[in-house]
Every structure is written in structure tokens, then in C-alpha cells.
Design a protein around this ligand. Structure first.
Ligand SMILES: Nc1nc2c(ncn2[C@@H]2O[C@H](COP(=O)(O)OP(=O)(O)OP(=O)(O)O)[C@@H](O)[C@H]2O)c(=O)[nH]1
Ligand SMILES: [Mg+2]
Length: 183
């Protein structure tokens, strides 16, 4: 019998950015868990008998033990939630992102949250400050609104899929090239 596997998406971001709101908006109460001992909040999606997707956020956003506990091979990517109304928090957000991507360089979505607020800066402005890198995208978010949360979450999954497709194309091309070079 094959063992069941859990894949992870890690949510990070400064205090009050909207991490818990995002997790809450991604489904109902039944699949949402808070583990006070481990200091994590997470949501589980049962994909089938052998696969689960766990979307996880530390209760204290400045702690990364829960990330380091995850085998990088089981990590699909990151969501950095940032308060678009609070530029003072953006430098910290940038450091948090560096910590994650230093652990494992993976697809990353920067969520410029609270776009419903009149004080919100545009996602592009946040992108200029946090800095855009490979496998990174920025998207506006209203974490307290379910459709917005869902769209953002799917966007990360599409980004992961895109990266995998790129690798498939690369492997096929290299196989071709090496094959045509003769023995
Ligand atoms: N207007 C608005 N308020 C939001 C949005 N997302 C979150 N908030 C509010 O911002 C506050 C902080 O949101 P949380 O989801 O608790 O943020 P957090 O990142 O989990 O914060 P900590 O757990 O303290 O690190 C709450 O009062 C939310 O209701 C949003 O999209 N728009
Ligand atoms: Mg929280």
C-alpha cells in the first residue's frame, strides 16, 4: 500500500497583514485547524485517498520553525501577504520572503492585501519595494472576500503548474539534444 502524501503551501507576512483572513476565506470551518502548541494555523484539502494539500501559516508570522519542518520537496510555493495600506511593514515583508526563498526557491505570490481600503497602495507600488524576482508574481487581494482569496490561491497553483510545464519542456528538449548527438 502506498503511503499518503501531503503537499504544502506556506503563507507568510507581517502581523495584521491578513494571513488568517486568507486561510479562513479558503473554505469552511471543518477543514481549518489551529494548533496552539505548534503555533500554526492550517487548512487541509483532501485531494484523494493518497494526497492532501495543506495551506499553512504560522500564528506568529515572524517565526519560521514550521516552514523548516517541511521537506522542501513537499513544498509547492509561498504566499506573502502584505498590508497594502501599511508601507512601514513592507521592509519586514521583504525579509520574510527572503527567509522563505532562502530555504527553498519556489513559486511565490505576493498578495497586496486590503485592496478594498481607500488607503491601499497599488500592487505595482508594493512590487517595486519588495522587488520582483524569478518565479514571483504580485496580485491584489481582499482576503476577507472569498472570491478574491480563491482567485489568488488558484493563481499560485497555476504558477506552480507553469513552472512544472517549463521543466517538462526543458527535459524533453535536452533529451532530444543529447539523443541527436550520437553515442
Ligand atoms: N479592509 C480589509 N481588512 C482586512 C483584509 N484582510 C484582513 N483584514 C483585517 O485586518 C486585520 C488583520 O487580519 P488577520 O487576518 O488577522 O491578519 P494576520 O496576518 O493573520 O495577523 P496576525 O495573526 O496578527 O499576524 C483584521 O482586522 C482583518 O479583518 C482585507 O482584505 N480588507
Ligand atoms: Mg493571524
Amino acid at each position: 500500500m502506498s503511503e499518503s502524501q501531503t503537499l504544502y503551501i506556506f503563507i507568510t507576512g507581517p502581523q495584521g497583514a491578513g494571513k488568517s483572513s486568507l486561510l479562513a476565506s479558503l473554505g469552511g470551518d471543518d477543514d481549518f485547524f489551529i494548533d496552539h502548541e505548534l503555533g500554526i494555523e492550517y487548512r487541509l484539502f483532501d485531494i484523494d485517498d493518497s494526497l492532501q494539500l495543506c495551506v499553512i501559516a504560522p500564528v506568529d508570522g515572524s517565526r519560521f520553525e514550521s516552514l523548516m519542518e517541511i521537506d522542501p520537496r513537499d513544498l509547492l510555493g509561498y504566499i506573502l501577504v502584505v498590508d497594502s495600506t501599511d508601507p512601514d511593514s513592507w521592509a519586514l515583508a521583504q525579509m520574510m520572503l527572503k527567509t522563505c526563498r532562502g530555504y527553498a526557491l519556489l513559486p511565490t505570490l505576493v498578495a497586496a492585501n486590503k485592496q478594498d481600503s481607500p488607503r491601499a497602495h497599488k500592487p505595482e507600488r508594493l512590487g517595486e519595494v519588495v522587488g520582483m524576482d524569478s518565479m514571483m508574481q504580485i496580485l491584489g487581494l481582499v482576503a476577507v472576500q472569498r472570491p478574491s482569496a480563491r482567485e489568488l490561491f488558484l493563481k499560485l497553483l497555476y504558477t506552480v503548474e507553469h513552472e512544472m510545464e517549463m521543466l517538462d519542456i526543458l527535459i524533453a528538449r535536452i533529451e532530444d539534444l543529447l539523443g541527436s548527438q550520437g553515442s
